[in-house]
Design a protein around this ligand. Structure first.
Ligand SMILES: [Zn+2]
Length: 299
């Protein structure tokens, strides 16, 4: 059912990663650049992430001995340095997630590269390490993103959705590992309701959201050689009722004895290692998909 299952370490059937995008209030400033500071309630909702969500999440990870990946816009690192220091202190990975959650596919190549380089400097200054991975804000990966990531020596991207398992993104300048995402394991559809963020959904109970997230997990586990990546946000999944349900989920996943919980950097490293020693041949996708607009013409 998965044409190219991955041989995960220790015979695990699924590689699992909970990734948190700590966007904080970058979201409202980028959505409403003229008057974001007047939207005080929304700013407060988003500040819940770095102030309440992140400490709660880190505490759970410590108890379970998990090292996971956080993607943080550089502006948020500057604004909430203590939240990021706490991630680094506990040994978690911090990846690149734009400067202030700008959409790379709305920028010129030059502007995208400027903000990428400036953000890398911020990540290095606050974590002591260059980011190895990218998640494009709101999955807004551009036709230049892969090339720029290769030029900046990134190991992987985690913004695209073209497979069940990691694959290789190939461009004219080089390659990256893609660790694919899915809206099915993103926490916005079940949970986010915000008029200011232009995203109005009926809020689901944690049990209903978990049904969707776990359906993805069980399918991967049943077939084997699969990948499960949560694309979550501290202000969303870090809320108490949701996080208590996540703790049960982590216990359940670990209890199967069939999962490898890892950072995305470790997962990408494993794929390249297997490729090198000949135990796995990842699928390759060439980017960009299109060079010209695709518009049907009347004949
Ligand atoms: Zn984000």
């Amino acid at each position: 059912m998965i044409s190219n299952p991955v041989p995960w370490p220790n015979g695990a059937k699924v590689a699992c990663a909970i990734t948190f995008d700590m966007d904080a209030d970058s979201l409202v400033h980028i959505e409403h650049p003229q008057d974001s500071i007047k939207r005080v309630s929304t700013i407060s909702m988003l500040r819940y992430g770095p102030t309440v969500g992140v400490p709660r999440i880190l505490e759970t990870y410590r108890r379970h001995g998990l090292k996971q990946t956080f993607f943080v816009p550089a502006w948020c690192i500057e604004q909430y340095p203590h939240a990021v220091e706490a991630m680094v202190k506990d040994g978690h990975e911090v990846g690149f997630h734009g400067y202030i959650h700008e959409a790379p596919n709305s920028l010129t190549r030059e502007d995208e590269y400027y903000w990428m380089q400036r953000s890398i400097d911020t990540v290095v200054k606050h974590t002591g390490k260059r980011p190895r991975g990218n998640r494009s804000p709101l999955y807004n990966f551009s036709n230049h993103t892969a090339d720029l990531l290769v030029e900046e020596k990134f190991l992987y991207d985690s913004s695209l959705m073209a497979d069940d398992v990691p694959y290789i993104l190939k461009t004219k300048v080089g390659e990256l590992v893609e660790i694919p995402t899915s809206w099915a394991t993103d926490d916005w559809p079940p949970y986010v309701h915000s008029i200011d963020l232009n995203y109005v959904m009926q809020v689901m109970a944690p049990e209903r959201a978990m049904e969707v997230f776990l359906s993805e997990f069980e399918a991967m586990r049943q077939v084997g050689g699969g990948l499960w990546v949560g694309i979550w946000h501290p202000f969303v999944s870090g809320r108490l009722s949701r996080w208590l349900r996540v703790e049960k989920m982590i216990d359940y996943m670990l209890g199967t004895g069939e999962v490898w919980f890892a950072t995305l950097e470790q997962i990408a490293g494993h794929i390249l290692e297997c490729r090198k020693n000949g135990t796995y041949v990842p699928r390759v996708e060439q980017l960009p998909y299109y060079h010209q607009p695709v518009a049907p013409k009347r004949v």
